[in-house]
Write a protein that binds this ligand. Sequence first.
Ligand code: ZN
Ligand code: ZN
Length: 248
Amino acid sequence: MVLKILLFGLIASLAEILGGVILVYRRRWNQRTQEVLLALGAGFILALVFLNLIPASYQTLGESAALYMLIGFSILHFFEHTVVGHLHFGEETHTHVMVSRVASLSAVAGLFIHAFFDGFSISIGMQFNFLLGLLIFIAVLLHKIPEGLTIASIMISATFARKKVLYAIFGIGLSTLVGVVAALLFSNVSAKLTGMALAFSAGTIIYVGASDLIPEINKSKDRIPPLVVFGGIVLYYLSERFLEGLVR
Ligand SMILES: [Zn+2]
Ligand SMILES: [Zn+2]
């Protein structure tokens, strides 16, 4: 099981690295591909959270689940938007903001924490219930390529040398894996702690869907990406049905 979890964590990290490396060497990304991936990811995450993660957290912890969800949500908000001045998903177009290298490095640090919790959630989910973990993995995977792109884009806007951009991309990929390993340590402590970590992860995942992805999609020039969000919800439903048949 541990090997399986590490393998899925590694795939998520590699997707993130791929997203960044493509941007470094191609300079541009197809805007539509980026928007569609973010929108599918957002719809998928929202369905996952409402239909599966929140109910599972309550079943495990009872009413106290709400508190851990709020803590998870707040921690990502704190690291992405209070200690960091400027951070959003997708390509960095506000070069005037990124002139300050401190601003860009703080944004990268925010994503570093975010990536850690992506890995953490996959790992906790799989330990709790393999099917649930697989669904969290897909939710993370869908936004990992745009996430890698975001990091590369922030650093390129701040005119960092290519080598440093690549270090940052690999660093954030590694952060995802560290999150996976950190959550593995929880399983040896107690089932209660795993339940708390699951509710906490649910809070961080709600944040990613509702605050990282949805605002970015709503900024798009036409209505197609907001519509694709519903496609993400349908994709969730189909994935769950498909994986249920497969895992059982
Ligand atoms: Zn910006
Ligand atoms: Zn992420």
